[in-house]
Design a protein around this ligand. Structure first.
Ligand SMILES: [Zn+2]
Length: 659
């Protein structure tokens, strides 16, 4: 496959593999336009999110996307963006009714240009405005460095990290929106939870990222097709499969207990088998650096075995995490000299060099980095992608994730911590609360005069802010961005913005966090912006618990008011929150039948540190789903039940409000 088409086809509907897609005739043309500096080809379903990231408003109706996608799969139509032109090209004379002329997008400040295009006999309402120049197109088309996230697999090896299937899906969606290129979802051969994750993920559509399942080469002296662990990898139905195998003779002989030849056969057989099933195969070379130091020839032979068997990518792993950057660079350069495929790097942070080693490999010829959000992982953790991404983009000046995502880096870091139920590390490089905090005196003065005198980058470029100047301006622009993202029409001049900002600051001071509770944030903005009363209110509630030797029963009563009507209900539950949730729902269903579908899917509690003289507060984070969308809400109070009720009320209110 052409390296120019990193994300073409493959993950649609979770079923279609590269082998089954054909974009006949396109790669050649694309290569030409790409060589000319810009050009892009994407499956149609990628077009709306792509154009949105470029600041364009696009509407492609779902039936249209479906038809276009079907055509694209049959190699008949491709949408190609070249510079400022959106060109539709048709391939396969069978379907060609008449040639479709290129359409030039006119700069349009306030509206959309474009219109219905009937070349296919379809209505394709494409609207676009202000397509940016070639830079951002190239940036999306062909990243210099691919980001491979393994938070959901290697990250979960970390102590204290335990994601539910719902957590994993939420993180995967966040990573996809952010723009990482691969998401490793888990090891289906190692636990049923990962199998369940892949089953659910297969029903979702990812916009950019390709989902990978992880496993190992076949067992020794077992035919690859009868190896259960390999079979489970195929059953995960991901477009990408990553397998690890042994590089180091010490491991081959003493841990695996087999011969060097059998190890080579295990690598080659497994890669070939997965390639034969149409998968994009990443080969993770375990202990690559230790193995290379021990026997360079054998190490290279294992990597070549993977490549010759068809591996799309060979990743060198510093599994024990003890290498220095110069060793990593040397070995990577040696691999680069021998292998024609893309080379990846996977490092651990045992000597505090996880990120440094990854960067050393990138400079020595690797172009794919594996790591985890916030550096989660066993022992001292994996290479931290939250540091790698800005280092690649801002220091090495290479393209990786979409440029528009970089200012959301801090949000991503906080979101994943929040789901993992970790406090966000204030000293985390780039995104921590203190990363750009300046303490009084001359220093601050200098920063105020010339920011770069004491700052290595503009904090806003990674979504962080300067702490001495937590200026209204910086705060405002963040909120405007967020509010627009949530669908509000708001600008820096909206008069209510000041009140919204003040309210958020006040709540954050009390311990609220909105990174994983966007539904609560949306309700807050809506209340201030639209001056509307909420659709219902809870007048009173009561929770009681009785336990005897036989059983324990929790009962909740709730009185809700909708307009001038009042409903009073009682419900029992396993615990106070469950009982309260049931009572609230029972009371409201009579007014709003559609909340029947709404379900609480996750509930997390965090005790916040008490400051002098106050009691500790509890923050409750609730996740809700209506089978179609998921949303998070938050409540904070000294009383856990009160905090839970706030989050519950928000969750139902959002269900009623959401578009
Ligand atoms: Zn690892």
């Amino acid at each position: 496959m052409s390296p120019l088409l990193p994300r073409q086809c493959s993950r649609k509907r979770g079923e279609i593999t590269e082998a089954s897609c054909s974009f006949a005739g396109i790669p050649q043309q694309l290569q030409q336009s790409a060589k000319a500096g810009f050009g892009l080809l994407d499956p149609p379903e990628n077009l709306p999110p792509l154009l949105q990231t470029m600041g364009c408003a696009v509407t492609l109706s779902q039936p249209t996307v479906d038809v276009l996608q079907r055509d694209a799969e049959q190699g008949r139509v491709a949408l190609q963006l070249v510079g400022h032109q959106l060109v539709q090209r048709f391939h396969g004379a069978a379907n060609l009714r008449r040639p479709f002329p290129p359409v030039t997008a006119k700069p349009h400040r306030s509206g959309f240009s474009g219109g219905n295009q009937r070349g296919l006999g379809l209505e394709i309402p494409l609207c676009w405005a202000d397509l940016p120049g070639p830079d951002s197109l190239c940036d999306r088309m062909k990243p210099d460095v691919e980001i491979y996230d393994t938070t959901l697999r290697d990250g979960t090896q970390g102590e204290g990290i335990n994601f539910s299937v719902a957590d994993k899906l939420r993180i995967a969606e966040k990573l996809d929106t952010f723009g990482v290129h691969y998401i490793e979802g888990g090891w289906p051969g190692s636990n049923p939870k990962d199998i369940e994750f892949f089953a659910q993920a297969a029903r979702r559509k990812f916009k950019r990222a390709r989902l990978a399942s992880f496993g190992s080469t076949r067992r020794k002296h077992v035919a690859v097709e009868s190896d259960d662990q390999v079979r489970l990898l195929l059953e995960a139905r991901t477009p990408v499969i990553t397998i690890f195998g042994k590089t180091w003779l010490l491991h081959v002989k003493e841990v695996l207990g087999t011969t060097p030849e059998e190890n080579l056969a295990m690598i080659a057989d497994t890669v070939r088998f997965l390639k034969d099933h149409g998968k994009f195969v990443i080969y993770d070379a375990e202990h690559a650096f230790d193995g290379f130091k021990d026997s360079a020839d054998y190490a290279l032979a294992t990597w070549e075995a993977a490549e010759h068997a068809g591996a799309d990518l060979v990743t060198l792993c510093d599994t024990n995490g003890g290498c220095l950057p110069n060793e990593v660079a040397r070995t990577t350069a040696a691999a680069k000299g021998k292998l024609a495929c893309r080379i990846g790097i996977h490092t651990h942070n045992d000597v505090g060099l996880g990120v440094a080693n990854a960067l050393a490999a990138l400079e020595a010829g690797a172009s794919h980095v594996q790591g985890t959000i916030n550096g989660y992982g066993e022992r001292t953790g994996n290479c931290n992608l939250i540091s790698v991404i800005p280092n690649v983009a801002l220091k090495l000046k290479k393209t990786c994730v979409p440029a528009a995502s970089l200012p959301k880096l801090r949000e991503l870091s906080q979101f994943v911590d929040e789901i993992a139920n970790f406090r966000h590390d204030p000293r985390q490089p780039w995104v921590g609360a203190t990363a750009f905090a300046h303490k009084g005196g001359m220093h601050v003065n200098a920063v105020q005069k010339v920011a770069r005198s004491f700052e290595h980058i503009d904090p806003a470029s990674v979504g962080n802010s300067r702490r001495v100047l937590v200026s209204d301006l910086a705060g405002k622009s963040n909120i405007v961005m967020k509010a627009q993202e949530l669908g509000f029409k708001i600008t820096a001049d909206t008069p209510e913005l000041k009140d919204i900002l003040a309210r958020i600051k006040e709540l954050e001071h009390l311990g609220y966090e909105f990174e994983a509770a966007e539904a609560s944030l949306a309700l807050l903005i809506r209340k201030i912006l639209k001056h509307e009363e909420p659709p219902f209110s809870v007048d009173t509630y009561h929770v009681s618990m009785r336990r005897d030797s036989e059983e324990s029963v929790v009962e909740a009563t709730v009185k809700v008011r909708v307009g001038d009507q009042v409903a009073h209900t009682v419900a029992e539950g396993d615990g106070p929150v469950n009982a309260l949730d049931s009572a609230l729902r029972a009371a409201l269903t009579q007014f709003f039948p559609r909340i029947k579908k709404v379900q609480l899917t996750d509930y997390k509690v965090r005790i916040l540190e008490s400051s002098t003289g106050t009691a500790a507060r509890t923050r409750v984070l609730i996740e809700t789903s209506d089978g179609k969308d998921e949303w998070g809400t938050v409540g904070v109070n000294e009383n856990i039940i009160e905090a839970s009720l706030q989050a519950l009320v928000d969750s139902v209110e959002y269900a009623l409000m959401k578009p």
